[in-house]
Design a protein around this ligand. Structure first.
Ligand code: SAM
Length: 263
């Protein structure tokens, strides 16, 4: 059935998610462009600008140079390369480094391949780690300045565990930043958006990537993800301080950026 993921038990979910991303790794960008009409690029640029990686951090010690960034579910490197470009070009910072962490080896391989076309390939500013975001014993406590997770956390089996892990690895004063599909606040836009998601996306998936089920799963995972307010509550529960409202809606709430600060 087209709804192959609906009744999948949590225990099986992880391997299913793995299969989805292995199957979409190569066509990933083209699909994102088609599905979001190119808007995901604007969101990602905005996300990175709002974090201003490589700028002076209040939590930074006098002898620290650059930021230590952990990009979780970083897959193909989309966010990581943008952050490094921003640090380099906007803040003239050549020290900031990003660890791209992802549970899926195929996505990481795609990211590694793409890094060949960047100035960061084979430098100390970029590395790749295969890990489950819910459990990262290889990353020490209080070692990270910025933790990013973009269009990733809704696929995690235990989201609260991932948030707790984010809290653990961040330094005091460190920033948690998440961009994820969210709940649309306008009923008219929501109607259009739901029709797009439930009819166009699986069809695009079938025609362009030859894989309807994976894209059907992605749509369902968007539906199941908590509201802006619920998710903010989970971030708070992990121990984070919430700056201001705690989230920013993008394109009427189709996506939202959540932030938290480790006290
Ligand atoms: N951040 C990238 C972007 O925005 O283009 C990639 C997002 S992609 C939609 C979601 C990624 O989450 C996939 O690469 C997948 O392998 C990864 N992922 C899923 N579950 C994970 C987990 N438990 N821990 C770490 N990564 C996970």
């Amino acid at each position: 059935t087209h709804f192959g993921f609906t009744n999948v038990p949590e225990s099986e979910k992880e391997s299913r998610v793995g299969a989805v991303f292995s199957s979409v790794a190569a066509s990933y960008d083209r699909m994102n462009d088609l599905m979001s009409l190119g808007i995901h690029r604007l969101w990602k640029d905005h996300f990175v600008r709002s974090l201003n990686p490589g700028s002076c951090l209040p939590a930074m010690t006098a002898d620290q140079r650059g930021w230590n960034i952990l990009d979780i579910a970083g897959g193909t490197g989309d966010i990581a390369f943008r952050m490094l470009d921003h640090a380099t070009n906007v803040n003239h910072d050549m020290e900031t480094r990003v660890t791209i962490s992802d549970i899926n080896a195929d996505m990481l391989a795609e990211g590694r391949k793409r890094s060949l076309d960047t100035p960061y390939y084979n430098t100390s500013r970029l590395d790749f780690v295969e890990a489950n975001a819910e459990h990262m014993p290889h990353i020490p406590d209080s070692s990270v300045d910025l933790y990013t997770v973009v269009f990733g956390i809704r696929n995690f089996t235990d989201k609260q565990a991932a948030l707790n892990e984010a809290y653990r690895v961040l330094k005091p004063g460190g920033v948690f930043a998440c961009m994820e599909f969210s709940k649309v606040d306008n009923p008219v836009l929501d109607g259009i958006y739901k029709r797009w998601n439930f009819s166009a996306i699986p069809l695009i998936g079938q025609v362009v990537a030859g894989d309807r089920d994976s894209y059907q799963y992605l749509v369902e995972s968007i539906e199941r993800f908590p509201s802006q307010e619920e998710f903010r509550g989970m971030i708070q529960k992990a121990g984070f301080m919430i700056p201001g409202q705690g989230f920013e809606n993008l394109t009427g709430g189709i996506a939202a950026i959540h932030k938290g600060i480790k006290p």
